[in-house]
Design a protein around this ligand. Sequence first.
Ligand SMILES: [Zn+2]
Length: 246
Amino acid sequence: MPIDAASWYEQDPHGESFYQGDVVRDVPVVLMPPAGDAPWTLLRPSPPHTVEQVLAGQTPRTLKPHPESSRPDAWRLGAEIVLAKGIKAPAMVVTQTCDLDSRNWIQLAPVFPASKIEDPRKRASLGVNEIGYMFILPADPPRLAEDSYADLSMITAVHKSYLRRGGLVVRLKSPIRALYQRHLANLHGRPFSFNVHDIVPETGPYGCHNCYLRHGRITRAELVEGQPCTACPSCGEEALWIMFGE
Ligand SMILES: [Zn+2]
């Protein structure tokens, strides 16, 4: 399947509800400071306010920055008001579709332009979607101006209110959403398989994980891209298909 907008995205998605894999616009993401000894900048209120009061929600007149290393009492309360860098970028929904309505906090991966990657070999690997912690998002102007990627190494939690009506940028087609799910599953090292409710992401030979785990049996089938995953000839609807390697 070519990696282009026509293969990747739904043509005219509705924006009433959201799905795993949706790219949404302008979500603020707070970035951790780089690792190191005491890299945080703490914000301390001027008297009469105390850190405890500010943490409880009071607004002080001023907040002064202090390098973490200069304050022996840093994190004394197990919490601090900190200076942090935030970016506002498009972001891709990581949380499973069925959990989006029931959770207050959802996981998103920020989306960046592919041109941000300087190493040409890395950019080429992204071009064929072979980088485990990135998922390619081909350009689809004017919705998505240039080739981009979701950075799955920077998955972050935001309140669900950031999924706003009218905030949808692009929505993956079902077979591509299945590819994205496989990408996420591989990234987190879990065994993964497709069941009879999934769409086959790629034509090829598959084996049934359920037959193997429960009966020590190898059951093979040829599955066809874009078609629903078939039931297993041995275990029927319990089929869990995994693709055989090259
Ligand atoms: Zn089976």
